[in-house]
Design a protein around this ligand. Sequence first.
Ligand SMILES: [Fe+2]
Ligand SMILES: [Fe+2]
Length: 154
Amino acid sequence: MNKARSKAPSAIELLKKDHDYVRQAYRRFEKMNHADRAALGALVSEVCALLEVHAALEEEIFFPAVREALDEEDLMHEAEIEHEFAKTLIGRLEAMKPADARYAPTFTVLCEYFIHHAKEEETQIFPKAQRRYAGMRELGRKLIERQTALEERP
Ligand SMILES: [Fe+2]
Ligand SMILES: [Fe+2]
């Protein structure tokens, strides 16, 4: 095995990194002046873009790969339903302007919701997937490939 591959992050490490990024962005959001609409809009767009890619990586690659080994259909469905709800909130934010009275409150709900969802993944899905699915590093490589393709999309 070559060095680059042996050092490749596992799928779970990559997904957790995204979760941490959102937790940090939410703390920045809580501290920032929401009257600064340009800064608010930039932060919200950044987080929404990351969340869309993150959800796609889990739905297209991670969940299908670990689903059988995990054998937790209810948990999988729960996660998928939570993704749908998060996407509804992202859609609402994308249709709003930062000056809208419900813009920051909608983002608060999205972040709190996502942070709860991420905690469930980290405590209920990831540890079991780690134990039962052998190819986490290979899966990490696939996530990076797909992430790069999604981020390069115009
Ligand atoms: Fe998720
Ligand atoms: Fe996640």
